[in-house]
Design a protein around this ligand. Structure first.
Ligand SMILES: *Cc1c(COP(=O)(O)O)cnc(C)c1O
Length: 386
């Protein structure tokens, strides 16, 4: 028997790579400069044009950027970093890379962002930094975070992996704390295949990290009078972005205004269609001074539907609708962290509620409002059937 063909195909994420991107990549491949070239610089300048300020340095991934953040600040064994329990594992792995201890804080129920009210009592004399994530693109209240940081002299790291187009009081994410790391992994807002950007309002931070991402070499290739003439005066990594990724980024960045507009339209349509359903709850999106980047729309299921989550996901899949879970487990529930620090599965209940009860629906710019109407229809149908 042949499988029923879905009426529509609505993938969760799909990179939009057009002729401009392809031409730009081929042009790089036709020349001699694959790394250390002008395109990475050009991408950095264009990026700060979009964010309207700050100092940017391109990196090989968001994870590399987060590692560099703690390395730069010389956070190490014996130090503690406040982290959200509800996030991608990379947010916390970066703290582990430098040997520091992550101190997890549960999510707030309304947005999934770190519960700011629980931070102060977790701060000790060993706390050196606060890491926040703009969850699904919804900005964290950075006034409160910065007030705590000032009071306790803490470094503020923003995980901006889903935060291109995220603004708090009109200021772009990454310029709110001391430094922000962005991701250009394929399912994020824009892609360079792998890649990322580090953004800071402090010039000195970016300048030093620019050396640290390239072995700690004291001068850029373009600054060497004689080829090969350089010194290394600090430890560093190989966390650079190459020229192929950089030209992808330059072309993708031109599309960001349109991408964000489509995300917002899609999100609004999807939210409108789902809002009145009694068996689900939605996380709070944009309000007042909080401008989301609309990464996806997470639906929180009631008890009955939570029992049927796998069935719902499979049914939507058979109807051509791709879904995801952001994020599948609170980080302290992942084996590595649970075993290392002895966390219990009943800890971090708000983060757990999102992980174990939600389904993330797509709103990306590869989709349009008709796709959203299709999702609403099929979602309603599916939950009546299960
Ligand atoms: C995707 C993601 C990352 C990892 O980004 P990479 O560029 O793949 O390293 C980090 N943090 C969050 C919140 C993410 O969603």
């Amino acid at each position: 028997m042949s499988e029923a063909v879905a009426k529509r195909v609505v993938p969760f994420g799909y990179p939009i790579i057009e002729d401009e991107e392809k031409k730009a990549v081929l042009a790089v491949l036709s020349g001699p400069i694959l790394v250390h070239g002008p395109k990475a610089k050009e991408f950095e300048v264009a990026f700060t044009g979009f964010t309207r300020g700050g100092y940017a340095t391109s990196i090989s991934s968001c994870t590399a950027g987060l590692h560099l953040a703690y390395f730069y600040k010389e956070i190490a064994s014996g130090d503690e970093v406040i982290v959200p329990a509800q996030t991608h594992t990379a947010t916390v792995h970066a703290v582990e890379y430098v040997g520091a201890k992550p101190i997890f804080i549960d999510a707030e129920k309304e947005t999934g962002n770190i519960d700011i009210n629980q931070i102060e009592k977790a701060i000790t004399s060993r706390t050196k930094a606060i890491s926040i994530v703009h969850f699904l693109g919804m900005p964290v209240d950075m006034d409160s975070i910065n007030a705590l940081a000032k009071k306790y002299n803490l470094f503020v790291v923003e995980d901006c992996a889903l935060a291109i187009g995220t603004y708090f009081k009109g200021v772009h994410a990454g310029l709110l704390g001391d430094l922000g790391a962005f991701s250009f992994y394929p399912v994020k807002h824009i892609t360079t295949a792998e890649g990322g950007m580090l953004l800071s309002k402090h010039q000195a931070v970016t300048e030093k990290i620019e050396r640290q991402k390239a072995f700690g070499v004291d001068r850029h290739v373009s600054e060497r009078k004689i080829p090969g003439e350089y010194d290394v005066n600090m430890l560093g990594f190989n966390y650079r972005m190459n020229e192929i990724e950089a030209v992808l980024g330059i072309e993708q960045l031109k599309r960001v205004p349109l991408f964000l507009k489509k995300r917002r339209e899609n999100y609004d349509a999807l939210e409108e269609g789902l809002r009145s359903m009694s068996e689900i709850e939605l996380l709070q999106s944009t309000y007042g001074d909080y401008q989301s980047s609309y990464y996806c729309l997470s639906v929180i299921l009631n008890d009955r539907l939570t029992q049927k989550r796998v069935e719902i996901i499979n049914s939507l899949k058979s109807k051509g609708i791709g879904t995801s879970i952001y994020y599948p487990k609170p980080v302290p529930h992942l084996s590595y962290y649970r075993e290392k620090y002895g966390y219990k599965l009943d800890q971090f209940p708000n983060a757990a509620r999102i992980s174990y009860r939600s389904i993330a629906l797509p709103v990306g710019p590869h989709l349009d409002v008709e796709d959203m109407n299709y999702i609403v229809e099929e979602f309603k149908q599916t939950i009546m059937e299960v």
